[in-house]
Design a protein. Structure first.
Length: 682
């Protein structure tokens, strides 16, 4: 037996058991099955590991249960002390004739209701090959549930791999089936109790999580595996194959929580321990981005006019720590070199900071023989484009062709572009269409076997080249269309795909906040709700005032990069900005840089209507009406907010600047497309 303060490990007859006072891992050395138990209630029964051995074609599946010998690794459990705390690590080894050795490893820490599990294959030579490996699979016997958890209803969460093509998060009621990416939560929506499972390593594998439910609040199957590739990952070919003597799966976080929302936040924090997020100490970026205002019609006059206008709002409070960014989006190349340099000087003279835009892994056009900039004529884009096993260039994605991040021509191209951006004086960059860099394909660097390996290589170069220690000043890195993971290369990531100014855009972006708020302050310093259009984007009709105000409210609570998206040469856009962007109580919310939390998680593919933020100093509630035609009445239960039901408080409407005393649940009347933000003072 091995013990620490709360972690206990012991060997019993035919079993090994590890527990920490909150959860227990029981490995049956006879069957090769593992049970996971939580003392607060909840159990995963009959889990095992599996992998496909061999290439994509003709490989065979092997499960831990099929091995003839199952034994605890020599030395038993090992005491560990690392960034997660104090605990133990132990491994179970599975061996059999003509099979690679399979090793399951478990990490269990004091005082937390989660553990980690990973599986590794070891062959007799360097020729071991796989593109599918699952450290955790559970299949229930007919009539039972793989997940035992008291619940009248179970929902499973679909988390998209990226934020491209207007994907949505989905909270799907069982019985049903879904495949999530990197993480999922299986939870009871009324009690909020739930299981959170997800990958915390994102260097090699795209992780898929399949959940299959059956009648009643039951889960038939849970399958967590490295090797996901398909429509949601934007891949047109199978996941890359790993080859070597040893191949390890993703490391998987498994935790049971009284509130699945806490579990998702803890999952985010666990990722941040393994790969610390890129730190930013200079406050929430306030400013403007050109895309919604102009699209392809961007010019010098709009850019400099916007700088002048937002300078006029500085005294009203539209800045953070004195900083406002004026950012070019795509089509900044419409400006001549002289105009570009003068525009940057203009912004700096106004006391602001300029931002730029780039797509590092996508080629736009059909002239593949075009010489790659920054390579001295050595390479054309035909050399750089990513290909499949047959040597064919991959199909375009979003109209652009994928560039191989590992190609030496791309490394030269990246250095060339970033050196120019730094030399020209930019201090913010929006990196777009990054999913192209994570596509599966055949890479120039033969050590790069998977899309995520290539993506890590390309993003690490960008991060290192823009390191303040290298360039001598801070440089904010923002990801637009991008995978959620890996996260450590940027200060913010757009939480959704493009969101303009309509009520439909607001609801769409808030769907991502409903199930992705937890990324803010864990894996990224800030979520990005996209450019905030108060009046009219270049490709849409003008919005009603309530509609535009709801778009601003949605951005304020997202936790948040607060970049406007209007052409302020339009009178109504100026009027709204002057009235709305000079309200200290509202701007204070954005300056906290904290995401509001969703009240409910039973919305299917829609957004929740109520979000809240409770801290030691403040309590805020945001309420939305997504109906553009009808007035609605909302009732917000104090019990669901976690506040005392009989508390007396002052309810301050931050838009109307009114306050009244009340107690108990909150009733709100919202006009069509209206939203409100309240501050509660107890």
């Amino acid at each position: 037996m091995m013990t620490s303060n709360t972690v206990i490990f012991r060997e019993l007859s035919g079993q090994v058991v590890g527990e920490n006072g909150l959860c227990r891992i029981i490995v049956d050395l006879t069957s090769g099955l593992t049970n996971y138990e939580w003392f607060t209630g909840g159990r995963l029964n009959g889990a095992y590991s599996t992998a496909r051995i061999g290439g994509v074609e003709g490989g065979k599946y092997v499960a831990s249960t099929e091995y003839s010998e199952h034994k605890l690794a020599a030395g038993g459990a090992q005491m560990i002390r690392d960034d997660f705390g104090t605990g133990c690590r132990f491994s179970v080894i599975y061996s059999g004739e003509s099979l690679p050795v399979m090793t399951q490893t478990f990490w269990l820490y004091e005082k937390v209701p989660y553990f980690f599990v990973q599986v590794e294959l070891e062959g007799e030579s360097e020729a071991l090959e796989t593109n599918y490996i699952s450290p955790l699979t559970v299949n229930a016997v007919k009539g039972t549930s793989a997940l035992e958890m008291a619940a009248e209803e179970l929902r499973a969460l679909l988390v998209p791999f990226d934020n491209d093509k207007w994907v949505r998060y989905e909270s799907t009621a069982m019985p049903n089936q879904l495949e999530s990416y990197e993480v999922t939560a299986i939870f009871e929506p009324v009690s909020r109790k739930g299981l959170v499972v997800g990958s915390v390593t994102h260097d090699t594998w795209k992780t898929g999580l399949k959940v299959v439910g059956h009648e009643g609040a039951a889960v038939q199957q849970l399958e967590v595996y490295g090797g996901a590739a398909g429509e949601y990952t934007r891949d047109t070919i199978p996941h890359g194959t790993l080859i070597g003597k040893r191949i390890a799966s993703p490391r998987i976080f498994v935790g049971m929580y009284a509130d699945y929302r806490t579990g998702l936040e803890e999952y985010g924090k666990a990722n941040a321990v393994i790969a610390p997020p890129l730190q930013w100490e200079l406050g929430v970026p306030f400013g403007w981005n050109s895309w919604s205002a102009a699209g392809g019609e961007l010019d010098y006059e709009l850019y400099t006019h916007t700088s002048d206008f937002l300078k006029s709002l500085r005294d009203g409070g539209f800045h953070h720590q004195g900083t406002v960014y004026i950012n070019f989006d795509s089509f900044w190349t419409n400006l001549t070199q002289e105009q570009l340099e003068d525009a940057v000087r203009h912004v700096r003279d106004n006391g602001q900071k300029p931002g730029i835009y780039w797509t590092p892994f996508a080629f736009w056009g059909n002239d593949f023989d075009r010489v790659v900039e920054g390579t001295d004529g050595k390479y054309t884009y035909r050399d750089l484009l990513l290909r499949d096993e047959q040597g064919q260039i991959l199909p375009d994605l979003d109209g652009g062709f994928a560039i191989d991040p590992s190609h030496p021509g791309n490394l030269m191209r990246t250095e060339w572009h970033l050196e120019r951006f730094v030399r020209w004086g930019f201090e913010y960059i929006k990196l777009d269409f990054l999913g192209h860099g994570a596509l599966e394909g055949v890479h120039f660097d033969k050590e790069v076997r998977t899309g995520l390996q290539a993506y890590n290589l390309g993003m690490a170069l960008i991060k290192n080249r823009l390191d303040p220690k290298v360039i001598g000043r801070p440089f904010f890195i923002n990801l637009s269309i991008a995978p959620m993971f890996p996260h450590q290369y940027a200060h913010s990531r757009r939480i959704s795909c493009d969101a303009f100014g309509t009520l439909k855009d607001t609801e769409y972006m808030l769907n991502s906040l409903t199930y992705g708020w937890w990324m803010n302050g864990t894996i990224y310093p800030f979520n990005d709700p996209d450019h905030t259009v108060l009046y009219k984007s270049f490709n849409q009709e003008p919005t009603m005032p309530q509609e535009g105000r709801s778009r601003l409210n949605a951005s304020l609570i997202a936790g948040t990069v607060l970049l406007m998206g209007d052409d302020f040469r339009k009178e109504e856009a100026r009027t709204r900005a002057e009235n709305w962007l000079t309200r200290p109580e509202l701007l204070k919310i954005a300056k906290t840089g904290k995401s509001f939390i969703p009240l409910e998680g039973n919305t299917d593919a829609a957004s929740d209507e109520v979000f809240f933020l409770i801290s030691e100093d403040d309590c805020y509630i945001a309420v939305f009406n997504y109906n553009q035609d009808e007035t609605v009445e909302k009732r917000i239960a104090f019990e669901r907010l976690g506040l005392p039901q009989n508390a007396t408080y002052e309810l301050h409407d931050l838009w109307e600047k009114t306050a009244h005393q009340s107690s108990g649940d909150i009733s709100v009347r919202l006009e069509p497309a209206e939203s409100k933000i309240f501050k509660l003072i107890f």
